[in-house]
Design a protein around this ligand. Structure first.
Ligand SMILES: [Zn+2]
Length: 835
């Protein structure tokens, strides 16, 4: 039935089908205008193939990355192992350190030099990041600088002024004091911004390793002033004389630049936004800090006997099997530390295997709790979930931080692999949220009230649970599925925002989690000022919705609407497991998701990741059609009834109401045959034609025709237009006159021959009448304008507020005479009072 009737709307007849199709084809041809497609030019017509395959855009598959999106049979990556000793000078807020780095060249190439990343140099006043920060531009997160607009003067926030003063007063960036081979031989090196080239005395051949030493020191930035991903935070009101600091150390040591099969050395300056492209390796790090500090770090504590009390070690052992978080350092002990003076230093040693980075935090303010998270059968069957926070974190942290760490591992492991490390930590500090292997920095806190109690807002609670889930989630993506953050923020942030929202809604569906569902992205996707997701991290405008929200929304749609949960979850897991401890590119992701789900998604990647189109499908009209019987006795009386059902001509009605005489009634002599037989009168010729039609049908045609006439089904033609540009499935909520409801999904491929307008025929048995239709009834596709989704259209309900007209605010509009007078009167009164 579908085959017979799926044509343009209008009167449908079995045998007009072919003619209509031909007409539609000719019309489309005539209306056409030129359009361009990748590499191929269509110079006639405006047809745009939204389903064109992506192969010609994606890099060619090769032996390192294959066409299915998996690592190729000759996949390789470099290894960088570090032994570091670091010493914190708390009073000077300076870190001094030495590293021995062993770099292994697993590439097939010979390397005459190697490159390192000197991220601290981003804080030098002559860094590319500082020099290219534009006034009033998107620039750094945090400080407000606004260019003049209209009558408003330019604005500079006090935070920005404080930052400028700190940059003027301090010398930031690395002091590299030694670069030598392990035998002590000096190595030539050249510093280029945040990068350093070290020339090797003999080229490093494939399969060889080189060990070398780097010594360095740097002044630690104040995070709240400089706006960095690490630094110190000062607490001047603490009971201890001079106050206290929390130190967060990240991007604190010279790290190897990644060398990959697709880019060679990743020589891309650190501009502050695009994060990190890193190699895996093993770490052995010692940190010497004041002896009343508690250190949280990537890795496992290798010398607990040297730094923890016997009681603390017992608590840590008990926490492994606890059902809820247990204190290792209690609030009382932290309070005592907070007001103490160190009597010397302690050296903490942490080791970590197969991590791509290393971060740590230290303060005498930290309390510390822990709970063992069990994952039977995993490489680490008990993971220590731990949190470190100062009193400012209060109950918010005690209740939610470590619990959220455990919840994250439960959800994320289901989608990827068992949590791959022995610890998972959440540390409170000045950084709003930032991730490193096994350790995350998270910002939310409580407010101190006048009576000394601490309370928090609902948004701070949502922020804490959400940010802990998000940052711990990053330990999977990109700390283990090691995508290139400097180039593609969306690769890790997109999957992570998607999974953190999955975990958030599984934590509590009643919480208003923000920014990750399709419906949250509509304002962004309809905004003018946006760039495609496939834009370099440092060039993105509005990085939150672009690199976090929009890809997350895309994955929710793939999972819940287009592919379905079972196949989507399988495909995502394949991606995670294929690229665990490896370096995937966008093409590897696109190809894996497509191959493992068995779905052609090129149209989806093309629309969502390579364009700024949005979703807006309009249901423009619905036509209800009834099949002609071709029997003149039936069809012509239907036509007669159709005419009778039309509204009376208004002039005729007014004439009637005025009781104007009608000529033919006044003059009976003028009537004839046509007064008794209208144009729908059946003639013998009509009957003969009908009989001829029936006789002309083949047997099978007659059977089909008779059945269609007998069933007398309801045919509805729904006409859709694509106003947003993105092709998407058409999801229909169908309500029938009998009160029943059906949901139906038409795959996006309906748009493959015409991405602007499509019609769809729906057929229901006689008696089943369609009452109303809504497109995307559950708001699952980010359809921007839901008002054109309803047929019939709906009245839009909203709210309106009464307001009082404001007083004039310009100086010329104010009554300055009166304002001066009031002050003079007050001064006169004050003078009298003092007499
Ligand atoms: Zn993130």
């Amino acid at each position: 039935m579908d085959l017979l009737l799926q044509a343009a709307d209008g009167a449908l007849c079995l045998f007009k089908e072919l003619t209509l199709r031909l007409l539609a084809f000719a019309l489309a041809w005539l209306l056409a205008a030129p359009a361009l497609a990748q590499g191929i030019q269509q110079t006639k017509g405006d047809f745009e193939d939204k389903f064109r395959q992506l192969d010609e855009v994606l890099p060619d598959p090769n032996v390192y990355r294959n066409a299915s999106g998996a690592p190729g049979h000759q996949y390789w990556q470099q290894e960088a192992d570090y032994r570091i000793t670091a010493r914190l000078d708390e009073d000077a807020r300076r870190l001094t350190a030495q590293a021995t780095i062993t770099y292994t060249n697993n590439s097939p190439d010979t390397l005459p030099w190697i490159w390192m990343q000197l991220d601290q140099n981003v804080f030098r006043t002559d860094s590319m990041a500082e020099l290219t920060n534009t006034f009033g531009g998107p620039g750094r997160r945090g400080p407000t600088v606004r260019a003049a607009s209209g009558s408003e003067p330019a604005k500079l926030s006090l935070e920005e002024l404080r930052r400028q003063q700190a940059m003027a007063d301090n010398s930031y960036g690395y002091d590299i004091t030694r670069v030598t081979l392990s035998n002590g031989r000096q190595l030539d090196h050249t510093i280029v911004g945040t990068l350093m080239r070290i020339d090797l005395p003999t080229p490093l051949r494939s399969g060889q390793s080189v060990s070398f030493n780097v010594d360095w020191a740097f002044n630690i930035v104040e995070e709240n002033t400089i706006y960095a991903r690490s630094g110190y935070e000062h607490f001047p009101d603490d009971p201890r004389e001079g106050g206290n600091d929390i130190f967060l150390f990240a991007q604190w040591f010279p790290r190897m630049v990644a060398y990959s099969d697709y880019e060679g050395w990743h020589n891309k300056e650190f501009l502050g936004r695009g994060e990190f492209t890193l190699e895996f390796g093993d770490y052995d790090v010692t940190m010497t800090v004041p002896n009343d500090h508690i250190v949280s770090s990537t890795g496992v504590l290798a010398n607990p006997n040297a730094v923890l009390t016997a009681t603390q070690r017992q608590r840590l052992a008990a926490a492994r099997n606890a059902d809820e978080p247990m204190f290792i350092v209690t609030p009382e002990e932290a309070a005592a530390n907070e007001s103490s003076q160190p009597t010397g230093t302690k050296t903490w040693r942490y080791t970590a295997r197969n991590v791509r980075d290393f971060a740590w935090a230290t303060s005498r303010k930290f309390m510390w709790d822990a709970q063992g998270h069990k994952q039977p059968g995993a490489e680490f069957d008990t993971v220590m979930a731990m949190s470190f926070w100062p009193k400012e974190g209060g109950d918010l942290w005690r209740k939610y931080s470590t619990a959220a760490v455990v919840h994250t591992m439960e959800v994320y492991s289901r989608f990827s692999f068992d949590y791959p490390y022995p610890t998972a930590q959440s540390v409170n500090g000045p950084v709003g949220g930032m991730e490193y292997p096994m350790i995350t920095f998270n910002g939310p806190r409580t407010n101190l009230n006048a009576d000394g109690s601490r309370t928090y807002s609902e948004s701070e609670k949502i922020f804490l649970i959400g940010v802990v889930i998000h940052e711990i989630g990053h330990i999977y993506f990109p700390m283990v599925v090691n995508s290139d953050e400097r180039q593609w923020t969306w690769m890790d942030e997109g999957i992570n925002s998607f999974l953190d929202s999955v975990a958030g809604y599984e934590w509590d569906p009643d919480i208003q989690w923000t920014r990750s569902l399709p419906r949250d992205l509509i304002p962004y996707m309809t905004s003018r000022n946006q760039v495609p997701i496939m834009t370099h991290s440092d060039s993105i405008l509005n990085i939150g919705p672009n690199a976090y929200g929009k890809p997350s929304a895309a994955y929710h749609i793939l999972r819940d609407t287009i592919i379905g949960r079972e196949r989507f979850d399988f495909a995502l897991k394949q991606y995670a497991q294929r690229w665990k401890y490896k370096r995937p590119t966008p093409a590897d992701f696109f190809r894996t998701m497509e191959e493992a789900s068995g779905t052609d998604l090129d149209w989806f990647w093309r629309g969502w990741f390579y364009t700024t189109d949005h979703v807006d499908i309009s249901l423009d009209t619905i036509h209800k059609l009834r099949i002609d019987t071709e029997d003149p006795d039936i069809d012509l009386s239907r036509r007669r009834q159709d005419l009778a059902d039309e509204p009376e001509k208004v002039g005729n009605r007014l004439n009637r109401e005025q009781q104007l005489p009608i000529w033919v009634l006044e003059n009976p002599g003028v009537t004839d045959f046509y007064d008794d037989n209208d144009r729908f009168t059946v003639t013998p010729k009509d009957t003969k034609k009908y009989e001829g039609f029936l006789e002309g049908l083949e047997d099978w045609e007659r059977r089909v025709f008779d059945r269609a006439i007998e069933e007398d089904a309801n045919y509805y033609v729904l006409n859709f237009s694509n106003k947003g540009g993105l092709v998407m499935p058409i999801i229909l909520g169908l309500t029938f006159a009998d009160g029943s409801y059906e949901k139906m999904m038409i795959p996006a491929e309906i748009w493959r021959r015409d991405a602007r307008n499509v019609s769809k025929l729906l057929v229901y048995p006689k008696g089943k009448e369609l009452a109303s239709v809504v497109v995307d009834p559950e708001w699952e596709t980010a359809d921007a304008d839901v008002n054109n989704n309803h047929y019939p259209r709906k009245i839009i309900e909203s709210r309106i507020e009464a307001f009082k007209s404001p007083d004039p605010s310009s100086r010329a509009g104010r009554d300055l005479m009166a304002e001066v007078q009031v002050v003079e009167e007050q001064e006169a009164k004050d003078d009298q009072g003092s007499e």
